[in-house]
Write a protein that binds this ligand. Sequence first.
Ligand code: FRU
Length: 519
Amino acid sequence: MTSLNTTTALDCRYRPQWHYAAERNWLNDPNGLVYANGVYHLFYQHNPHGDVWGNMSWGHATSADLLHWDEQPVAISCDEQEAIFSGSAVLDVHNTSGFGAGGVPPLVAIYTSAYSPASPLAGRQAQSLAYSTDDGATWTKYAGNPVLDRESSDFRDPKVFWYDGAAGRYWVMVAVEALKHEVVLYKSPDLKSWEYLSTFGPANATDGVWECPDLFELPVDGDAGNTRWVLVVNLSPGGIAGGSGGQYFLGTFDGVAFRSETTVTEGRQADDSRMADYGWLDWGRDYYAAVSFSNVPGGRRLMIGWMNNWQYAAATPSDGWRSAMSLVREVRLETRGGRPVLVQEAVDPLAASGTELLARGGQELADGVTWLPAAASGDVLRIDAEFRPGSTGKVGFVLRAGGGAAGGAAEASADGLAGGSERTVLAYDSGSGELSLDRTASGNVGFHEAFPSVERVAVPLVDGRLRLRVFLDRCSVEVFAQDGLATITDQVFPAGSSTAVGLLAEGDGGTLVSLSVTG
Ligand code: FRU
């Protein structure tokens, strides 16, 4: 097993090996994702003093490869006047801010000051700056904070990028008026003075507050002459799977306003019957506050989400640390089904170092569960499979199966491997055309009533086939279906001994075209 998360002092059964979690204490949104001088910086919402939300400050981790993360000292700390809420960071290459010294461009963080009762601005949320001239090691809050104040109590989560287009060259900020379900856009020559540009929303999913927006341009099918702008809007609750989730819109941005081409419903929604028609970053319960890195070489667009959900985040099992980030995902626009959609590919923790534990070619699937040999079981695995589902019935996997902490009725397989009562089931149903991830019997599900759940997404077959890439990592399952067309991300908390993997077939079984298990 490869251990990529280098902060393993509190190694324990749920601690992820491939995902970043703080060594100790609470973590939520990824913040300030930026690449500079060969280093990827991951800042994050962090409570340095406890494993529940509070004392919000920016934690910090760095990586050269997006896989091995080294935890750094807390970057920007709360004080008696303000909590440091979510935001972004840029490398100010032209030193427009004047924070640079000696020709070295500064890193500038743009964050939300959530003012405490001790502040003259008590109750407000406004945007502030901090800067670093030593590659992110130390940070200084700007004396002129806040730099953008709308006298609002719910104006937050600024994402800033450098716009260079027909309308000119300047910084653009997208932030939210969370309760109004609005993304508000501003521009600035120097990150310090901001001018209002436009407002987008409400549109599509509006059941919860809008948080953590992002806006970036991507080519469609790699064609630089045919681009769309992607507006990411996280919302909580009101996500597609319940609770926190992330939606996206595709459209144009002329330097002033974003115009959506994928709006299904305008304004606030009284009913949610069109939910499945909106663009979703993920169809699971645990992919929230996802935003992208700035300044990544080669135009790659890389995103990270917080692998949790506000419904139950405070109640998930904790061993002194609580919550992890998703794997880093490269996002692209591809034409699928005749229209551009966002597809996602995880930065693969096993790309350089994986050992193939099992490889199988074409076989008819036997009805029921066929357990894989023990050598291909585990709680930290990548599974790649291609199925040709039958005309009826189900195909898929039983994951993290075992007797469970309290034992249970174990099923012995032909391999002698116990299945048991604990299991997470990933299944494609030919009747409904849906892929589902069922974690209702995944292990410890009793810590919150909203946790046991079944996630579903309609997935069109391609040439009659279903392709799945699944990452298991101790307390999570991330599913990438049809080469990243749809993803499902869920936390699970099984017993450490629940490691069995089974092939699942029901009804008119179907065929396993190929299977590879790598660890
Ligand atoms: C999203 C969020 C942000 C806010 C931060 C506070 O999860 O609610 O809107 O800035 O978390 O920790």
